[in-house]
Design a protein around this ligand. Structure first.
Ligand code: 13P
Length: 249
């Protein structure tokens, strides 16, 4: 059966010393072996964090990568660079990257292909904006985001895919999807995967919820049948909060 996962997306936060302090605090906590715990610090600190977390329960992910092998892409980071420092996971398709850096479904499909060719695990983010939920197109939006980037993958590739449903209106706003809204969307996603592939594959895919998850609301959301943990932003920056959220999974 799929394992619970709690991943902290640190976004563009924490300098070198703050990163070291937070990793040190997280390392001193004991997490249930039932939950995989991941953290995604900034590129500049990945080497440091990868070294500091050796032998610990903390798994390290990058927040983004370029689809190309190498070349004239100023400011970008490739899969082989991540591989060379031991980072084997990457977050792709975060709504902030889609909104502020023009990431399209087509470019994400290429990034997914490159990450898989490096045998990386992918936390693939998607989710509707407020206007889309209001006009009741949220299921269609999610379906098109998933099918454009992922539904041509071979069944075996799915062992490397972790989904993260992040409704844009709930990110950093303090407003969360209700547990029922999260469950409704997660069940819809799992049914889509079952339709596209089969039920066994759909049942094996972890689907995380992201958007204003805090210690106070984590267990209500995580206890939903099709919610397999969370992708945490703001609350992942405080060891106590992140730890309480991991404990709720
Ligand atoms: P917040 O938890 O700060 O709402 O961010 C969620 C998120 O975007 C995680 O990727």
């Amino acid at each position: 059966m799929r394992k619970k996962i709690v991943a902290g997306n640190w976004k563009m936060n924490n300098n070198k010393r703050e990163t070291a302090d937070l990793i040190q605090s997280l390392k001193s906590l004991s997490f249930s072996s039932e939950v995989r715990v991941m953290i995604a610090p900034a590129f500049t600190h990945l080497v440091q964090v990868e070294e500091m977390t050796q032998g610990s329960r903390l798994e390290v992910a990058a927040q983004n990568m370029n689809a190309a092998e190498s070349g004239a892409f100023t400011g970008e980071v490739s899969a082989s660079m991540l591989q060379s420092i031991g980072v084997k996971k990457v977050i792709l398709g975060h709504s902030e990257r889609r909104a502020y850096f023009n990431e399209s479904d087509a470019s994400l499909k290429d990034k997914v292909a490159t990450a898989l060719s490096y045998d990386m695990e992918i936390i693939f983010c998607f989710g509707e904006e407020l206007a889309q939920r209001k006009d009741n197109t949220h299921f269609d939006v999610v379906k098109s985001q998933l099918s454009a980037a992922l539904f041509e993958l071979s069944p075996s590739a799915w062992s490397k895919i972790i989904l993260a449903y992040e409704p844009v209106w709930a990110i950093g706003t303090g407003e969360t999807a209700s547990p029922e809204q999260a469950q409704e969307m997660h069940a819809y996603i799992r049914a889509l995967i079952a339709e596209q592939y089969d039920q066994t594959l759909a049942d094996a895919v972890s689907i995380l919820y992201g958007g204003s998850v805090k210690p106070a609301n984590a267990s209500a959301i995580f206890s939903q049948t099709d919610v397999d943990g969370g992708l945490i932003g703001g609350a992942a920056l405080k060891a106590d909060d992140f730890s309480a959220i991991v404990q709720s999974a």
